[in-house]
Write a protein that binds this ligand. Structure first.
Ligand code: URA
Length: 273
């Protein structure tokens, strides 16, 4: 096994990005990412998972020991806690997209164990193109940041989860809504059962905010769909009387494609337009 920093890397995932932004192509390309030196010691890239059409994306920090072995996000103890809390909050995990800010496991070997080590800002920045590409492809209506690393990666270095957890930030550069909450591992690390119980309760409260926001998005989508159907019926009943606003919108968006929301100076997302 190579030791950390032995590997020559460009410190960005950009050279590894595929031509086209689709989840299967992104996943394949990310598998060979050498954008930072974390690939040297990790078993494999752990890319995000979930439906391409998910309206909600959960973003964690980085895969842990079990995720590194399985190649899937949130399947270890943190994933178990997340799954339990999602059930309690009434959120279907199979309906959400789950990923991490950093796609390789960073750890310190201690005997036979591999102890989680927090990714630094250079590693988070190098890995950011993958997260940006996932967001540009899935186009979630709501992003849920789990813990400080994900929150600060998306909401800026000054973001404080202790202060802002459970709040809905609207019209962000990433998605129409962003909510931050604790990382499940912080709950598992609580110093005593009482603190853990409190932290879990707060986590659940935040997930209920997410659930309410998901219900709002679903209602909005249903309303928009009903409105589209109404317009369709109107067009069929009165052929030739095209709705001007609708026609103008169609012209601006050939094939009905929604415009890509791109972050200022983003290095990805251009191909998808
Ligand atoms: N912690 C994370 O942030 N992500 C995982 O996938 C597992 C643990």
């Amino acid at each position: 096994m190579a030791t950390q920093n032995q590997c020559e890397t460009p410190w960005t995932a950009v050279p590894f990005m595929p031509e086209r932004l689709s989840l299967p192509q992104l996943r394949d390309a990310a598998a060979t990412c050498r954008g930072c030196d974390l690939y040297c010691n990790a078993t494999q890239t752990v890319f995000g998972e979930g439906p391409r059409t998910a309206s909600v994306m959960f973003v964690g920090e980085q895969p842990g020991d079990q995720e590194d072995k399985a190649g899937k996000p949130f399947v270890g103890p943190s994933g178990q806690l997340l799954d339990d809390a999602l059930v309690e909050a009434g959120i279907e995990r199979s309906e959400v997209y789950v990923t991490n800010a950093v796609k390789h496991f960073k750890f310190e070997p201690r005997g036979k164990r591999r102890i989680h080590s927090k990714p630094n800002s250079r590693e988070i920045e190098a890995c950011r193109p993958w997260l940006e590409a996932e967001i540009a492809t899935v186009r979630p209506k709501l992003i849920v940041c789990l813990g400080a690393t994900a929150s600060q990666a998306l909401m800026g270095k000054d973001f404080r989860i202790t202060k802002e957890h459970g709040r809905v930030f609207r019209e962000t550069e990433w998605a129409p809504a962003v909510v931050a909450t604790s990382h499940p591992s912080a709950i598992l690390r609580a110093p005593d059962p009482e603190a853990r119980h409190r932290a879990y309760g707060q986590f659940l409260d935040d997930l209920r905010v997410v659930r309410a926001e998901m219900a709002r998005v679903t209602r909005e989508q249903a309303d928009a769909s009903a409105e589209r159907k109404k317009m369709q019926v109107r067009r069929e009943m009165h052929p030739g009387t095209e709705d001007r606003a609708g026609a103008a919108a169609e012209k601006a968006r050939p094939n009905g494609a929604a415009p890509i929301r791109r972050r200022k100076n983003s290095k990805v997302g251009r191909q998808a337009e």
